[in-house]
Design a protein around this ligand. Sequence first.
Ligand code: HEM
Length: 489
Amino acid sequence: MAAIVAVRSGRSVGAAQLVRWRFTLEEGRARRRPAFSRMASSPAPASAAAPPFGRLLTSFPRLFSEPVAYFTSLADEFGDCVRLKFGRSDLYLIHDCAMIRDLLVNEGASLEKFPRVQPELGLFGEGLLTSEEPVHMRQRRLMQPAFHQGRIEAYGRTMVECAAELAAEWRPGAPVDLAAEMNRLTLEIICRTMFGGSAREISAEVAHHLEIILPMLNSLVAPWGRLKLSLPLPAVRRYFAALRGLDRILYRLIEQRRAEGADRGDLLGMLLAARDEGREGMTDRELRDEVMTIFVAGHETTANGLAWTWYLLDRHPDIRLALERELDGVLGGRPPGPADYPNLAYTQAVVKEAMRLYPPVWILGRRALREVELGGQRFPARTVFIVCLYALHRRPALYPRAGEFLPERWLTSNAPPNRFAYLPFGAGSRLCIGERFAWMEAVMVLAALAREFRARVDPGAAVEPLGLLTLRPRYGVPARLVRRVADAG
Ligand code: HEM
């Protein structure tokens, strides 16, 4: 059983007040929702202890400026289960595999996602990422066929096609920001896999709207986000205008496709054709919410995973050479295809190891709807649990040489040391529905680009993690491209 350490926040700290304010908002909303159990809740586990107050006071502002480093340092210092006390609410930072298993799998039905994305944002609606039961389970069943293996292979061809078009644009010696390039590429991929033939006409317009919406999202889900939403700021007006623009495109496409009645083999066609045990398919509103969810959940994550991979390959030339050897050997100078996926074991290991060190979704949050039991300990309703995947994936007790980039660790055994020690895609009923899509995409894109190009990251560049909705490189990955010839040393 994990040792539990309690961390109590100070009353007069500005940042602490912000957090408390958010918790109060959340609690206010929770009180209006009947889902929370009214049953008497058990006290917090007795083994809780408090670290020095002064230590917390000085470190607390880092929760806002460097949340990834903040959570990681708490885990390093206080262990696998740390208790943070905010006013009346308890928050536990957990990195104990048995507790995580109970949190995500065994007790999954007794918890909701935390924080909840405010409906006022008008973005995801009742989409898969944010909906709760029973809506979530129905939508998940409807959407599952769109992500079956056969479909993924078809999407894989589109992924390679998009990567080849990007490679044709890249100029050796030219400066690029690889983070921005990977974002551009994965957005094009999601547009084409989603809309098939129609994507060419609309992808620039969709990209334009998303470029306004996505940066705002990061600040709107922050504690002061609601306040910002209600202010007559130009940025907020632009956000809602872009959202309306995107909605118009999506509803128009949905209407056209319904009228055509044909499944063109793209994601939208699959979602339109989805039926639930003889019942009607999705309404226009449900379709719109799911398409929007997939746009947002399905491109920046993979883009960040790839950006970190390029960065790590530049820092480890021996690993980059081994990757290139595999690409030359398997592909023999031709572009990759989905059928090559099983033969690109080292490429897969490189991506897997990059996502261990820099998990694109770096944090999972849940809140108890009723009393729950994790790792044999009881926690009352309303307790909030955070798993910092960045910290979990670097726990020395779970991974030998945890801080090092060693793709080889996945070659001897593809399985993590514990099923709940490697969770870039989460687990349980909320496991990422796009996991297979993402693996295919990351491996195909890396193979298609790395067989032709190397990236030399600017020597003076500060490439460090920034924990927003996803884990992105704070200042991008500025680099210069070098064209490689097969077998170059
Ligand atoms: C490397 C890329 C990706 C990573 C690391 C990733 C990670 C995750 C994680 C950790 C979750 C679970 C969140 C939680 O439990 O709170 C999740 C959920 C989800 N992801 Fe992904 N994802 C990736 C790519 C994709 C792609 C490509 C798509 C769609 C095409 C997608 C669609 C979704 C959706 C719809 C959910 C919600 C699933 C549900 O709650 O039932 N993701 N993702």
